[in-house]
Design a binder for this molecule. Structure first.
Ligand code: NAD
Length: 468
């Protein structure tokens, strides 16, 4: 498969450099693109800029209808897009894999279509008229990662175009294929230039983030790249939404039933093989139930099949890329060498794909790289604690703050403790649940700005006050 690396003004636009996309289940080719270069990025921004005035002037009902048509396109082409996604990303077709991602993308699009951008009246009487209008910003650059390529692109582009902005989307070089196809399909629902896509290497990122005609950047990716994006955007003072890395902690209180919570803990940590920003990445368990929680988690993990995403019975696929596969292998080996116990998994599965089994690591401690760094893979360190204040302190002792969770039968107490976690969302008795009507974002080095619902939509407009 050879795809054009750019769709600009509704037309294909190919660069001169080939970029191979690897199928992580086989190590072979998933496809090749004629990658976009900085000249193509320039053309995409020019197209979005030219399309902006007319799109911004469209009545709300037109933009709502366009988003609804995009949702229908996602539903109508879910099978093809899901297969493409599995081929390049690795995630299973079933379970919480590609079909789930396509369903979520359509649901988020529909919800975003339903949101309003009302004019707010602070005062409207004989003494004063003060109206607050919401106006689109202009060209939005949307930069997406490889873990949830379709869903995250949707989170970025749908509120942007719903609010009247135009977009240049850049998918990750690891997973451009399904995004390119999705944007091609969306051209049926959107005027030319409203949604452009440029797929190429990381090097084209700065051409977007530094460009004077880009009004806002919506970036989802690692903290390191987030810092570069912010630096690059500073000279032109762009607005930013930064959804960056996390190292979410879950704290299990002594009143929990280990068997009852094992499945929730497992999927909180291993959703998408742990390659999820707000997955549970450090699990703190009270000493009194530590051994039984570890045992229940390990037995649940042993029932989960890791295999090729195209196989119907695979619940987890391969790690998405070689770099991440090597990182997880190293972190687990280092933890083992420094005293941690591997309860299940712990070694690559062999073969040409990047398969690594769900791995539970007991006797892990703060100070081990597996605990302190974002592993972003299928290895969960379980840390023993005896004093909950100490567990909260350790949970907060990282520079990131995306999600967190408290597990307990005592809900009011769990809510109080959840308030002490330094993060954007703290869950009780679950981890990672997100909804299109509930704001989601990070604190500290996990970034700033939120996505979803009317709070998220608000990030794509400026407020314009008319006061007489
Ligand atoms: P990454 O930072 O390597 O890449 C993300 C995107 O940025 C890619 O499209 C990449 O090509 C682009 N990019 C790279 N260098 C750039 C530059 N200098 N300027 C502009 N763009 C550039 O991240 P990744 O490895 O694709 O994703 C994994 C990370 O993303 C993890 O840390 C994860 O926690 C985080 N993430 C966060 C969220 C969230 O909502 N907070 C969601 C998903 C993933």
């Amino acid at each position: 498969m050879l795809l054009s690396g750019g769709i600009i003004d509704g037309k294909f636009n190919s660069g001169n450099q080939r970029l191979d996309v690897i199928n992580p289940a086989t190590g072979g080719l998933a496809g090749t693109i004629d990658a976009a270069d900085s000249a193509i990025v320039e053309a995409a921004i020019a197209s979005a800029k030219a399309a902006f005035p007319a799109w911004a002037a469209m009545p709300d009902v037109t933009r709502i209808a366009a988003l609804q048509a995009c949702a229908d396109i996602l539903d109508g082409n879910a099978d093809e897009l899901a297969k493409l996604l599995t081929t390049e990303q690795g995630k299973p077709l079933g379970g919480m894999g590609s079909r789930f991602e396509l369903g979520g993308a359509a649901a988020w699009t529909r919800h975003t279509a339903s949101l309003n951008l009302p004019v707010e009246f602070v005062q409207d009487d004989a003494d004063a008229h003060i109206a607050v209008h919401r106006k689109p910003l202009g060209v939005v650059a949307a930069i997406a990662p490889w873990n949830w390529p379709i869903m995250i692109a949707i989170w970025q582009i749908m509120p942007a175009i719903r609010a009247g902005n135009t977009v240049v989307l850049k998918p990750s070089p690891y997973t451009p294929l399904s995004t390119l196809r999705m944007v091609e399909l969306f051209q049926q629902a959107l005027p030319p230039g409203v949604l452009n896509v440029v797929a190429g290497s990381d090097e084209i990122g700065p051409a977007l983030t530094a460009h004077p005609d880009v009004a806002k950047i919506c970036f989802t990716g690692s903290c390191a790249t987030g810092r570069r994006v912010m630096q690059s955007a500073a000279p032109t003072l762009k607005r930013l939404t930064l959804e960056l890395g996390g190292n979410d902690a879950g704290i299990v209180l002594p009143d929990c039933n280990p068997k009852a919570i094992a499945e929730g803990l497992f999927w909180g940590a291993f959703i998408k093989n742990g390659q999820t920003c707000a997955a549970l990445k450090r699990l703190f368990v009270h000493d009194s139930i530590y051994d039984s929680v570890c045992e229940e988690l390990a037995s649940f993990a042993a029932t989960i099949k890791t295999g090729p995403g195209m196989d119907d019975d695979s619940l987890l696929g391969p790690i998405q890329n070689r770099m991440q596969f090597d990182k997880v292998s190293r972190l687990v080996a280092e933890a083992k060498a420094t005293g941690a116990r591997i309860l299940t998994g712990g070694e690559p599965m062999g073969g040409n794909g990047y398969f690594y089994p769900a791995t539970i690591v007991a006797d892990a401690e703060t100070g081990m790289a597996l605990v302190d760094e974002e592993q972003f893979g299928p290895a969960l360190p379980v840390i023993r604690y005896s004093n909950v204040d100490d567990a909260i302190e350790q949970a907060n002792a990282v520079d990131v703050g995306l999600g967190g969770s408290i597990w307990s039968a005592d809900i009011p107490r769990a809510r109080d403790l959840a308030m002490q976690l330094e993060c954007g969302t703290a869950w009780v008795n679950k981890h990672g649940a997100i909804r299109p009507d509930t704001p989601f974002g990070g604190v500290k080095a996990s970034g700033f700005g939120v996505e979803f619902g009317h709070h998220g939509l608000g990030e794509f407009v400026s407020l314009h006050v008319i006061h007489d």
